[in-house]
Ligand binder design. Sequence first.
Ligand code: DC
Length: 212
Amino acid sequence: MILAIDGPAASGKGTLGKRLAAHFGLPHLDTGLLYRAVALSLLEAGQDLTDEAAARRAAEGLTATALDDDRLRGRAMGEAASVVAALPPVRAALVEFQRSFAASPGGAVLDGRDIGTVICPEADVKLFVTASPEERARRRARELTMRGEAADEAQILADIRTRDARDSSRATAPLLPAPDARLLDTSNLTVDEVFAAALALIAAARGQHTSP
Ligand code: DC
């Protein structure tokens, strides 16, 4: 089973993706890490985040080991990733990495912004996970505090709105639910409730696949 999970920043899709992958015994790819790793590679080399040629080279040279870096998970890298993710050559260079991951034997869980629309339009199940910007800011602030980073919730909310606007308005692969995605609003749900709701949506989607 290929399970595509898309949604905006801090909607809960990463936590959900990890848990669903464990439940179904599938590998999980947080595709945001790819864009974060491209951004980190540019910043480390002192290059501009909007330098298309340098960003494409960084994306083409990306390896799985680069994703295993704690520096990728901070707030600044999320912002930087959103900038490089708007560059079409970067997106194009990362397609194969994601598609070959999705082709793992038995399937895979991928979460991101364009998994159901561009990377795996043939996914068996597509979920689009959302939550209000205020709730996402609260969650991100909690997460950053737990990482030991400073967390100004008002600033985080402003960042989330900017990032939503950038991710949704870019010309290439904007953040958008696939027409056949199932929507899951997690604003008023606990992590366990989100997991249970997702399992029900997956069961319904798979049921539909097997009916004539
Ligand atoms: O999910 P995240 O916060 O780690 O993603 C960081 C940025 O990367 C996000 O603002 C947009 C971009 N991204 C993307 O464009 N496509 C994806 N499939 C995943 C992330």
